[in-house]
Design a protein around this ligand. Structure first.
Ligand code: NDP
Length: 374
């Protein structure tokens, strides 16, 4: 382990698109700025669910150094034809949801990126694992922690990796703030504020259908505040309290949360105060404060450019398409065992799901929930 980390740190590459890429504990040494392994096999990925976000991912992959689209999985034949010709994916590597288990016999596919509605992730990732392919899954990884654990187990049993599309973990300004915090530049961390939301439109979309979304804003956008509180503070929360408000009972039906306020407590005594909503625009802001400094990011989790400053000044790291950075980094994680600055594996996602479960329990019961994230 030590050796591979040393090897990893020695594999420093210098390029204009260099991003800081350090294991957590190496952040303390601000001199080291390794990048993900630039060398190694190309990750040949099949995209599953050819919707809005998949189209961003597909475009971003065109700028990747180590990733290529070699398969497509869709329930819409016309998309398979269009995307197949656009991305030069042969007919033999185009599948639907009924027959995609056959990727098992396709030597041109290393991994499948599951980009379907939330409720489908669990079964689809397990089928990908059973086909012997690495699984990359969009957030939220599943509808709850029990499902998430089953996905982790299935991937472990199949000997494949499970990664989750936490694109912010590779975003240069975010990575810089995490580095500064880990290096003690803000002093002991006291408080984090995460405000994540937007005003959702079409009431018929799957995001407002509990069966497909698993919830409401919390599953979709509130998860950024949960995940952000953990990587910005650098600890795992030990308790959560939460309160729900709903102004539109028609649009946000039973089980589909509109607005939830939640608070997290961390072992050091740091606290977080967060807002998740589908009913307010212009909410994309992180604020972190420690005894010696602060970081403020707005926008903090949108597609970018992310903007931010600390008590030391503006964050000036260049914007690079998040999904391009993410996918190249994932090639390094899968083939080179790279360790990203903030993990993107199933265990990382499971922690967010445990917190979401506890937030919903806190809203339902009105009581503080203890968290044991292990
Ligand atoms: P879309 O509705 O745009 O696309 C989802 C696609 O999934 C559809 O186009 C369809 O593709 C496929 N699908 C399969 N079954 C169903 C079904 N029953 N209902 C609807 N679609 C179905 O959603 P998004 O692309 O916005 O979101 C997909 C996932 O990506 C979600 O989990 C979301 O949370 C995540 N996401 C992540 C983002 C990030 O920044 N990391 C940003 C946006 C979304 P086909 O016709 O090919 O079968």
């Amino acid at each position: 382990m030590k050796n591979s980390r040393r090897d990893f740190l020695q594999k420093l590459a210098v390029s204009a698109a260099t991003i800081p890429f350090l294991p957590y504990d190496a952040f303390a040494n601000a001199e080291l700025r390794p990048v993900p392994s630039a060398q190694g096999p190309t990750l040949r990925v099949a995209l599953m669910g050819l919707g809005y976000y998949a189209s961003l991912v597909a475009d971003a992959i065109q700028s990747c150094k180590r990733v290529k689209i070699t398969g497509l999985i869709s329930g819409t034949p016309a998309k398979l034809a269009d995307w197949g010709s656009k991305y030069s994916v042969p007919e033999a590597s185009r599948y639907n949801y009924e027959n995609f288990d056959r990727i098992k016999d396709n030597p041109d596919i290393d991994a499948v990126y599951v980009i379907t509605p939330n409720a489908l992730h669990h079964d689809q990732v397990i089928r990908v694992a059973n086909a012997g392919k690495h699984a990359i899954c969009e957030k939220p990884m599943a509808l709850n922690a029990a499902e998430g654990q089953e996905m982790i187990d299935a991937c472990a049993n199949a000997g494949v990796k499970l990664l989750v599309g936490y694109r912010m973990h590779f975003e240069p300004k975010t990575v810089e703030v995490v580095r500064m915090r880990a290096a003690g530049e803000f002093g002991a961390i006291k408080f984090f504020q995460g405000q994540c939301g937007f005003r959702i439109g079409d009431p018929t979309q799957w995001r407002l259908d509990k069966d497909l979304a698993g919830g409401g804003a919390m599953m979709d956008i509130g998860i950024y505040a949960i995940n952000g509180s953990r990587y910005m503070i650098g600890e795992e929360p030990v308790w959560v309290t939460a309160q729900e408000t709903k102004t539109d009972q028609v649009k946000f039906k039973e089980g589909v949360d509109e607005t939830i306020l939640f608070q997290l407590g961390f072992p050091s005594g740091a606290v977080a105060s967060c807002l998740s909503t589908y009913n307010m625009n212009y909410l994309d802001r992180f604020f972190l404060v420690g005894e010696k400094g602060f970081a403020e990011m707005q926008p903090s989790t949108g597609y970018g450019p992310i903007k931010g400053r600390t008590n030391k000044g503006e964050l000036t790291q260049p914007h690079v398409t998040h999904q391009t950075l993410q996918m190249d980094a994932m090639a390094g994680i899968i083939f080179n065992d790279d360790t990203p600055p903030v993990p993107v594996d199933g265990q990382e996602a499971l922690k967010d799901l445990k917190i979401i479960d506890a937030i919903y329990r806190a809203c339902a019961t009105g009581t503080k929930q203890e968290l044991n994230l292990g």
